[in-house]
Design a protein. Structure first.
Length: 449
């Protein structure tokens, strides 16, 4: 409806009537030509046409191709024009699905019957996740049926006529509601609604009867030809939507404010996880100090006793300058996370569920292969601490030179900049920068930024 000009309802009605007339005319024409030219299409050519020797390898001409060959002649210009027009119509039909399904999935996501990610619009203002989901589903269907039109058409016919039938039944329910008299309306308005509802019920009732009849006939005749899959897929989809809606309802109920909701905390305790005295660790410590917590401690997990003793001696040299104590936690099983979690849980229990902040340095690299050479300990610890109540984890990034160069030489406009008029000319991708740019990067790193 949004694509139509005003008056939208009238223009939509005219368009639907024209589309119906064109579709009926084409169906009658194709059916008449198929009967006149004696066109046949074999679902199983090797079984139904035993005299055809190349049935397993030679492609079978479609109904439209056979009609075109009979009417215009095999290999004529009009024959190929008919094939091109058929292919164009099929492409438009596929494009219609990619236009309609993302919108439908966004409506389901808005009503919490589908994941909310389907409501996200991409840079081109389309529902990108819905389009990707449809693409993956179409890919699975094509590979599963080995691109067999005969097998896929069963699912298509049942799906289409099921949608038609449900739509007609929905309109019957709509007209039934409209016919009910309302106290806010006048007698003339209620009478007009009643007349409109009666005509609507007659039209949509006839439509529901016809579409349901076709649906029953196709189900009975094509059930063993692949239509049975619809009766498995549809209940699964209904169950997924039902449980998705119930999940969102549970989440909404859990995060709602109630009488037990409290703000503020009685204390503020912060921990900086220290492994070695280096620039990334000191930067995390600097961030923690600048946050001005009520109580701040440096914590070292003693995985190796010798290394812990060496670190404690090194810490004493800078303890007066840093101005905070060091706590060493023993780890007999060489695990970083478990001793830290036990310590933080015991601290909260002993201090009336005091809020805790944990600071960790995080390495940021510029190339994918550099991730192989790091253990990603900070990410693993953060993931485990997220399940501990009352604990907030802060990752303090330390960017290596490769990340600094990537930021300088690989800048690209952000999504939407071109439309807003803020587009920046992309810098060429290079691995080495000019002397001034490299000097600026090194100067920043010397300052610890």
């Amino acid at each position: 409806m949004q694509a139509f000009r005003k008056p939208k309802i009238k223009n939509a009605q005219i368009t639907l009537v024209m589309m119906g007339v064109v579709a009926i005319t084409m169906l009658i024409g194709v059916t008449s030509l198929a009967l006149i030219s004696n066109v046949h299409y074999a679902e199983f050519p090797c079984e139904q046409l035993p005299e055809w020797k190349d049935c397993a390898t030679a492609p079978q001409l479609s109904v439209m191709a056979q009609i075109g060959s009979a009417v215009f002649g095999q290999g004529s210009v009009l024959f190929y024009l008919l094939q091109a027009a058929t292919a164009a119509i099929l492409l438009l039909a596929a494009n219609t699905a990619f236009n309609g399904f993302p919108l439908l999935s966004s409506v389901l996501a808005k009503d919490k019957f589908a994941p909310k990610a389907l409501m996200t619009r991409g840079d081109r203002l389309v529902y990108s996740n819905g389009m990707l989901s449809l693409m993956l589903a179409a890919l699975v269907m094509i590979l599963g049926f080995q691109a067999s039109v005969t097998g896929l058409i069963q699912l298509y016919v049942l799906g289409v006529f099921t949608s038609f039938t449900v739509g007609q039944i929905g309109m019957l329910k709509h007209w039934g509601r409209l016919m009910k008299p309302k106290k806010s309306n006048t007698d003339e308005q209620n009478t007009a609604h009643r007349k409109e509802g009666v005509s609507g019920i007659l039209i949509n009732g006839l439509g529901a009867l016809m579409t349901a009849s076709v649906l029953i006939i196709v189900t009975v005749t094509k059930f063993t030809h692949g239509a049975w899959m619809v009766f498995i897929i549809m209940p699964i989809l209904f169950a997924v939507m039902f449980y998705t809606h119930r999940y969102y309802a549970q989440i909404e109920n859990e995060i709602q404010m109630d009488s037990k909701t409290k703000f503020g905390s009685k204390g503020d305790y912060a921990v900086v996880l220290m492994n070695k005295l280096n620039k990334p660790q000191l930067k995390a410590l600097d961030y923690a100090l600048s946050s001005r917590h009520t109580h701040l401690e440096a914590v070292h997990i003693a995985v190796e006793p010798e290394e812990a003793e060496k670190f404690a001696k090194q810490w004493k040299k800078y303890e007066k300058e840093l101005g905070l104590p060091l706590r060493i936690i023993e780890s007999p099983y060489r695990d970083f996370s478990a001793p830290l979690i036990e310590f933080l849980a015991a601290h909260r229990a002993a201090n009336d569920n005091e809020r805790i902040s944990v600071y960790l340095p995080k390495y940021v690299v510029g190339h994918w292969w550099e991730h192989i050479f790091h253990n990603h300990r900070a990410s693993r610890i953060r993931k485990q601490l997220m399940y501990l109540r009352g604990v907030m984890v802060t990752l303090v990034p330390w960017r290596f030179e490769s990340a600094e160069y990537k930021d300088i030489f690989s800048r690209r406009p952000l999504p939407g900049d071109a439309r807003r008029g803020d587009a920046v000319r992309p810098a060429p991708r290079r691995h080495r920068g000019s002397a001034n740019e490299v000097a600026k990067v090194r100067a920043k790193r010397i300052d610890g930024e």
